[in-house]
Design a binder for this molecule. Structure first.
Ligand SMILES: Cc1cc2nc3c(=O)[nH]c(=O)nc-3n(C[C@H](O)[C@H](O)[C@H](O)COP(=O)(O)OP(=O)(O)OC[C@H]3O[C@@H](n4cnc5c(N)ncnc54)[C@H](O)[C@@H]3O)c2cc1C
Length: 448
């Protein structure tokens, strides 16, 4: 089939079908799934996004929005369809008062670069700022400030969207509120986000980063609970790291950050009080340097070539009472042995009461833990790792875990129903209204 067989002439004429463009649209950060579209469109306005959806919808042509291109498992691909490359919709600003309006194709690094000169920052940032605004808002967005301020998506005040039905709308809590709620962390099922207005917070000039080391998981989880609930730090994350000299072969690291207030450094004694860590390191650094910390890793991994290798990542949200058992099981699992050599295991608490976007699924309980198993495979070697992700997902789900769906994890339509639980019926109704032809978000594998 060629593009002209399926795509009406006016859109067909604009479609970029050059092999290198189709090849790029068939790739993502996961490098695990490769499905070329019929063509790529590069809209320059919301009207052009609308034109694409008005044409594609009635003809049943799948459409995927692509912002930063960091999907893990083809979620931003549109086999036999149209990829909307949002790179020409990447304007940021101006900053007015405590808010900024950004187009969905911008990267978070550009957002921060625009807000910092005003002494402002998005209240929550993901660890990596190279991801796209559209992709992070459609996933939700978790970071070290989430225990205080919720999701990245929770700082959105207003959205400009084009629905799958081709409606171009402004929405906010007071205007098309149900659509606003369904688009944030909504995995791109109902609409393409064109623009978002974000609330900003004051940005500190300097922060102090504390690394608190724990030899065992129980004391670690207990202190993470305490730190999440008393909110003494501005940023709270953590990791499991392989070592030789602890009982289970892993050490646990709380990575906590407190801002300097003006010229006053944080009060070390107060911040460390009541904690059971074994050792501690503290470093002062600029806020911008801290926020951009993953950029140096990216540079290194690009230099070694690993950035372009397959990434069979798995992100799960665990109920607190199952966290120790799931983590211990995974860290002992032979299918995850490579985590000791070149993986990264993030493990940090979130307060469910702070996560506001209703589409964002979370396990039961006040405190839950993000477990991110971030692995890199040699080209062609990721198959068993994806299978291991699936196995761990099923076993953790039986204990109440929920996927944070930025994963290399095959999900069936049945899994998705279970994922949304009682919310599935409302989502299906909204899909019928806003994407009646079912052309959006097919890369996630939900069946409508
Ligand atoms: C190195 C790295 C570190 C990461 N760290 C974190 C982290 O700390 N916290 C965290 O929460 N996540 C993290 N992520 C995951 C990341 O937030 C998601 O993968 C995100 O969806 C990527 O967005 P993107 O725009 O770059 O990707 P894309 O592939 O362009 O988009 C991802 C998904 O969003 C959809 N989408 C894109 N734009 C739009 C739009 N305008 N409207 C509607 N749907 C849209 C796409 O169709 C696709 O399904 C990390 C990813 C990487 C690669």
């Amino acid at each position: 089939m060629t593009p002209s067989d399926r795509v009406p002439v006016s859109v067909g004429e604009l479609l970029d079908t050059r092999p290198e463009i189709l090849g790029a649209a068939a790739e993502d950060f996961g490098h695990l799934v490769r499905r070329p579209p019929l063509g790529v469109l590069r809209p320059r306005s919301a009207a052009e996004v609308r034109d694409a959806l008005v044409y594609a919808g009635p003809r049943g042509i799948p459409v995927a929005a692509r912002a930063g291109g960091h999907s893990l498992y083809g979620q931003g691909q549109a086999p036999d369809g149209i990829v909307l490359d949002l790179s020409a919709l990447a304007a940021v600003g101006p900053v007015t008062g405590d808010r900024v309006t950004v187009q969905a194709g911008a990267r978070w690094t550009d957002v921060l670069a625009a807000t910092l000169p005003h002494g402002l920052t998005p209240p929550v940032l993901t660890d990596y700022l190279g991801a796209g605004v559209g992709g992070v808002l459609s996933a939700g967005g978790l970071g070290g400030a989430s225990h205080r301020h919720g999701l990245v998506a929770d700082s959105v005040l207003e959205l400009e969207v084009v629905t799958g039905a081709g409606e171009h709308l402004l929405c906010s809590p007071d205007r098309h509120g149900a659509l606003f709620d369904a688009v944030l962390a909504g995995l791109g099922q109902l609409a393409v986000i064109v623009r978002a207005t974000l609330r900003l917070s004051p940005a500190p000039a300097t922060v102090r980063r504390y690394c608190l080391y724990y030899p065992g998981i129980d004391a670690y989880l207990a202190d993470q609970h305490l730190l999440a609930t008393d909110r003494r730090f501005d940023h709270l994350e953590g990791q499991a790291r392989p070592v030789a000299d602890t009982p289970d072969g892993w050490t646990y690291l709380v990575e906590a950050v407190a801002a300097h207030r003006g010229t006053a450094p944080p009060d070390d004694r107060r911040l460390r009080a009541g904690l059971a860590f074994g050792s501690v390191e503290a470093t002062d650094l600029g806020y911008a340097e801290f926020a951009q910390r993953v950029a140096a890793d990216e540079e290194l991994l690009r230099a070694t070539g690993e950035w372009l290798h397959p990434h069979p990542w798995l992100n799960l949200l665990l109920p607190e009472d199952a966290t120790a058992s799931v983590v211990t099981e995974v860290l002992r699992d032979p299918g995850f042995r490579d985590l000791r050599e070149n993986g990264l295991v993030l493990l940090y608490p979130l307060l469910t009461g702070a996560l506001r976007a209703p589409m964002f699924r979370r396990p039961r309980g006040e405190v839950v833990f993000l477990l991110a198993l971030l692995r890199t495979a040699a080209p062609g070697a990721a198959g068993p790792m994806v299978a291991a992700n699936r196995r761990v997902y099923e076993s953790a789900r039986a204990k109440g875990a929920v996927a944070y769906p930025v994963n290399a994890l095959p999900m069936t339509p049945r899994d998705w129903r279970a994922h949304y639980g009682g919310g599935w019926a409302a989502l299906a109704r909204a899909k019928g209204v806003h994407d009646p032809h079912g052309v959006l978000g097919g890369g996630h594998g939900m069946a409508w």
